[in-house]
Design a protein around this ligand. Sequence first.
Ligand code: ZN
Length: 119
Amino acid sequence: MSSNLSIKKKCEFCGVEFDAKTLYTRYCSHTCNRKHYKKLQRDEKIQSFQEVQNQSEQELQTFDPSLQQKEFLSVGEVATLLGASRRTIQRMISKGTLKIGKIGRRTIVKRKEIDNLFN
Ligand SMILES: [Zn+2]
């Protein structure tokens, strides 16, 4: 039973020291692994949103000028304009971050509401 490796490692999520079985173990438990993974995903999202914020002015200038001038945009157009996915925009809408209007079954976003996001 001497083949059992025991490496002292620090959990990347909670910081607790534990005995790792392999060099590649990064977490003390499966829970930490999962939680850290989720945290990373969240951080990434926050970061990409901040990047969009930083780039938005620059992008607006180089972007299709007709989109910039439109007073009402579709969800897809908002996504294009912000360099985000439609899903991200849909999520913002369902969270109430982005206010929308409806024309029949179509969802429209007022240009001003997008500007408000960056205020
Ligand atoms: Zn841990």
